[in-house]
Design a protein around this ligand. Structure first.
Ligand code: SF4
Length: 367
């Protein structure tokens, strides 16, 4: 199917045709994981579940960067906010994520300098404007964010800034999908994240497809993008095929954004990283290379090992691995709400629990 303009990606008639084709093609139950949190929100917002046959179950994956940030990393951010002379710069979504004993929001209420920024470059500007302060940026995100943070480090280097630091909690998506497939999770197909794919390119998923023989489709974020990717996944499964289809080729090329990947490679090393819900995944993290380690907050500041523990009773780990859905959490809507969240999945704008909370009442299909 080809699209000429943005309206066609939202055209209800096209959506009707696509959902009809999905219903026609689907002969057996299928569990599809939408890896990306932005897909989760778009699926809810556009009522996609209501357009699908009963046999198709959509589960959310580990594609919300705030949600997969390990508890220890959250606790480290809080420790950094407590340091003398530090201004901690962070994306807003991290503010209310509960650490083991506090949150960045609580730290700010207690007088610590915690500033919400919209990009790492805002933090860089802050560093240039406040030479007597140490500016630490909470580096959370996937391949979409890491190149910008890398570019900031290069720029800080060029400017000779001595008061700019990054705590790199960045993670990369393909190793997480590999880890998921090695767990006891039932997934019959992956809807691959659009934004991450723009950077890493479609070919980055080929090893996964080959290793696990699983249907994969890269999807954009409009309703018809999502339906088109579901259609191809269903058709592949019913035909007994396992391949990678790029239904977002208007934005994603086979090789991705070469320049962004080069910056990432220049500044970061691949290391093992701990993910909430998935544990330690080999080669899934990005730490700052030795050459730029003067910008590395984890080396520049003393961070005693935190006694980190995930919020009691919160099942974010099971949600992020597609084993459970939020209404199966005993705390959901009772002790855990967007105004009083227990876990990150209820905090982040891309979090599955937050998306269920906001949209679930409007959905008629039981799943
Ligand atoms: S509803 Fe709240 S407590 Fe339950 S998994 Fe989601 S964030 Fe955690």
């Amino acid at each position: 199917m080809s699209y000429q303009n943005l309206d066609s990606f939202r055209d209800p008639e096209v959506a009707k045709t696509l959902s009809g084709l999905i219903a026609e093609s689907c002969q057996s139950p299928m569990r599809i994981m939408e890896v990306c949190g932005t897909h989760t929100v778009s699926i809810f917002r556009n009522g996609i579940r209501d357009m699908l046959p009963e046999d198709i179950t959509l589960v959310s994956g580990p594609g919300c960067p705030v949600c997969v940030t390990d508890q220890k990393e959250i606790d480290d951010f809080i420790q950094l906010a407590r340091k003398k002379n530090v201004i901690l710069a962070t994306f807003g979504d991290l503010m209310r994520v509960p650490g083991t004993q506090s949150s960045l929001q609580k730290q700010r209420a207690q007088g610590r300098k915690v500033k919400v920024v919209y990009s790492a470059f805002d933090a860089l500007t802050l560093a240039a404007q406040n030479p007597k302060k140490k500016i630490v940026f909470c580096g959370v995100g996937f391949e979409t964010t890491a190149p910008t943070v890398g570019a900031c480090i290069l720029e800080a280097d060029r400017q000779g800034l001595k008061n700019f630091f990054i705590y790199s909690a960045h993670k990369t998506v393909p190793p997480a999908l590999d880890a998921l497939m090695s767990m006891d999770t039932v997934i019959d197909g992956f809807m691959m994240p659009g934004h991450v794919s723009v950077i890493i390119g479609a070919d980055a998923y080929l090893p996964l497809v080959e290793k696990f023989s699983i249907p994969c489709a890269i999807a954009g974020f409009e309703p018809n993008d999502i339906l088109a990717s579901i259609l191809t996944l269903v058709q592949q499964k019913e035909a007994g095929e396992s391949k990678l289809e790029n239904t977002y080729s208007r934005a994603v090329s086979p090789v991705g954004n070469k320049k962004a990947r080069e910056v990432m490679e220049q500044v970061f090393d691949r290391v093992d990283a701990s993910w909430r819900g998935l544990g330690v995944i080999p080669g899934s993290g990005l730490s700052i290379r030795e050459e730029y380690e003067r910008f590395d907050a984890s080396k520049a500041f003393e961070l005693p090992p935190a006694r980190s523990a995930a919020p009691k009773g919160c099942i974010c780990g099971a949600i992020l691995t597609g084993k459970k859905i939020p209404p199966q959490c005993p705390k959901y809507k009772i002790e855990c709400t967007p105004t009083d969240p227990l876990g990150p999945c209820m905090v982040s704008s891309e979090g599955t629990c937050a998306a269920y909370y906001r949209y679930h009442g409007a959905i008629t299909k039981v799943y």
